[in-house]
Each structure stands twice: as structure tokens, then as C-alpha cells.
Design a protein around this ligand. Sequence first.
Ligand code: BES
Ligand code: MN
Ligand code: ZN
Length: 470
Amino acid sequence: MNIVCSSKKIANLTQIIFVYKTDAAEVVPGIHLKEFDASANHTLLLHEKTAAKLYVGLGSEASVTELTVRNALGTAVRKLQSVGISEAQWEVGAYKPFLTGAIDAAIVASYEFDCYKPETSRRIPFAQLTLLGKDLETEDVQTAVAQGMIYGDAVNLVRRIGNEPGNVCTPEYIAEQAQALAAMHDLNCEIFKKKELKEKGFEAILAVGGGSVNAPRLITLQYEYDEKAPTVAIVGKAITFDSGGISIKPAATMEEMKWDKMGGVGVLGIMDIVARLKLPVNVVGIICSAENMPGGESYRPGDIIKTYSGKTVEVINTDAEGRMVLCDGLAYAVDKFAPDCVMDMATLTGACCVALGLRRTGVFSTDSKASHKLHTIGERTGDRCWSLPMGEEYLDAMKGHYTDLINSASSRYGSASFAASFLNEFVGQTPHIHLDIAGTGWLLDTEPYLAKGATGAGVRLVAEFLKDYH
Ligand code: BES
Ligand code: MN
Ligand code: ZN
């Protein structure tokens, strides 16, 4: 999407007009409020002789935040696309402080996963948005716009890869995407295939990937800013399809498990943003990718795995595969890079969805300052989250009889916290933040400002977290 600025309104170009609830009758004279009352994300499209006007509701003025503006501009873009309009102008006015978010949202709104549909029924790309206003040529404004584009493009990259099904997006495919990203930004990229994984002792990743013909990969991307700057590692779960393995899942909605890679794919988006913004922090992205399938070489319940860390794990349920691949990734991150903080992002547990619903990511951390910072970012950007507990009170349930740990507790109650506490056993003393995006990684129904499918949840959240990390 092209973003340009203009100090004067352009004749014959569709205009996007934001409307507060109290102003609806005044802005659109003669309008019946049942037709358009300017509720948030409600739209009214009027065709005038020369150009169309799209009114978008913001709801009540008192409750307008960056998020309101993001969603309203996103809604506008999708509405115009749906009627075949691909260019528009929008008066920036009082929304200038929210410009980065607004541009981000416009770009994200314009994307739809329709590359497998015939060309004639695909959504038209939104070609150009003209920002109207005085003083838009300043460096501040230009930077804000550029940042919004970086965020939007990164989130869409994650969604494009994320929506590819398991027969296209394999661990090898993700590794290729990582290599392409690395080449673009001059990042270090290292890929461990089966041979290296065996040599180095990544037995948990190998176990999970054992049942699939699409062999696992451990992918490392490194952005180096400065030796003196802090280092953050971010480990992502990228199960390209989670059938459950031998502990196979029920058939209903199993197709959703192509999105079980969103944590790892999100790491690609985070690295993209970090590199483009040249953030003053060293960042290591580690993607643990495998396909969890039943087969003659699958790992099985009862198997005892010696993980990369040296800790042993008894497999109780092969469907608890996320914590298996992540425990190797986390131990490697800490061992190899000695980061100041290790984060991980994963579609880890159905229990997280039960606890928080589908609109908030679960945050598990012993660092309450970090949790608070993430929460604040989420409220502003819409990449919302909520803290849930982890710690020794949950760990007891994960202790093994024959081994250090088991991969699934006997109780279902507190399953998201069991999983988080299991992961926390593999980071040593390193401060750790676990993000469970099981509920937020994909959207089941299209929103006015967002297509259904992969969302890119956690990408903005973590990138913004890293922006002023010290
Ligand atoms: N990928 C799933 C978690 C999941 C389920 C995400 C539904 C989104 C929607 C994960 O690998 C899994 O199967 N977790 C199990 C763990 C259990 C076996 C301890 C779960 O949550 O049921
Ligand atoms: Mn599973
Ligand atoms: Zn899974």
C-alpha cells in the first residue's frame, strides 16, 4: 500500500470521514440513526457525483484511543476494498499521535488469504492512502508513517506464511522463509537439520518430528546491534501441523492445527521489525519447527526423552508436543547465547483459551514489571494480553516418577500454568516470559478491520516490548 501526503483535499478521490456518536446527525444531514449512528466500526458509504464518502463510526468521543483509530481506519480500508475502491484520502487532524498505529492497521486490514481463489474473486489490493493535513512533511510524521508500514508489513508477512496449509508450509519451508529474511536484512541465520539436531542432542525436537516425512528444523536468526547492548532471545513454537501424534486429536476442527506454527512464524515478523527499525538491543530468534504426526517412527506415550538440557522427560501425551520442542529451544537459547531475558511464544494450550477466551494472549512471567509493560502495550495496540501464574505450585504436577519431568499432568485444572511451569524449568536463572497465543494466533470469524485466519498475534506486542528494552 502506498501512503502519500497532501495539504489539500483532492477532488474526485473517495474520502474517509471519522464520526463521533454525538455528531452523527450533524455530519450526515438527514441521516436516520438506525441507518448510521456512528457506533465504533459501523460504516456508511455515500456516492456523490464526483467521489464517494465513507463515514466510519468511532463511538463516543470520550472513549477514543489509539485502538479506536486503528480499528476505524482498518474498517474503512476493508469496506472500500469490498466495493472495489482502492484509493482514498483521510484527514489526519487530531489523530496525528496515532498515525503509526493507523497506518499499521490500514495495511493489516487490506490483507486477505485468497491466493488460492481464482483471480476474479480475489480482493483488490488497496493501492493508495492519501493523508490529508498541514505539516505532514515533518520528519516526525514521516517517521511515524514509515514505522506503521514496517509493523503492518511484518504482521502481514507472518499472516501470509501462517495461513499456508501443512502441505505447503513444512519445517523446511519455514527455514527457507527465515533464510530469505536473513538475506534481506543481513542477519545471521543457522539451520539445524536432522543430522545436526542428532549431533547436538535435540532429542525432544527429534522425537516430536519423528512421525512425519517433513523432517524438523531448528532455525536461529541473529540480529546483532552492539556487544554492550542487552540480549533478548525469543523462542517460537512452529508445529506446521499438530495432529496430536499417537495421542491423536478428534477430527472436529483439526484443520485449525495448521496454525500451530504461529509462535515460530511470529518470530520471523519480530526479527523483521527489529532489523528494519535497527532497535538498540541484540535479538536472537529461535524457531523450533516440526510436524506432529502419527507414524511408524513417531514418539509414543511412555517414551523417555533425554532433552538438550540433559533433563529427562517421560512422554505422557504426544499431543503435549509444544513444550517438548520449546524445552530444547529454550535450553539452547540460554546455553548458547546467555541472554538477559528469554521469551517464548507458542500456541501452547487449549486451557489458555478456556481461561482467557480468544482475544487475549496469556502472559506467564515472574517479572511483574515486564508483564505490566506487555499489558500496557497490548491495550494500546490491540495485541492484548493478560497475566496468568506459573511457578512451583504447578510444577509438582509435572514431576516424573522415572524422570525429571513428565510432559502432561494428570489433572486438567490449570493446564496452561502446568505447561508454562514446565518450560520455566529449562531456562536456569534467566528471566523468562512465556506467551501463550493459543487463543489469539488465528481468528475464526472476520472482523470489520481484520480478515479471519492467522492474526500475527504477539508480533507487535514483542516488537514494542523490545523497542525500549534496557
Ligand atoms: N496446539 C495445541 C494447543 C491448542 C489447542 C491451541 C487448541 C489452540 C487450540 C497443543 O499442542 C496441545 O495439543 N495441547 C494440549 C495439551 C495437553 C495434551 C496437556 C491441550 O491443550 O489440550
Ligand atoms: Mn498438541
Ligand atoms: Zn500443538
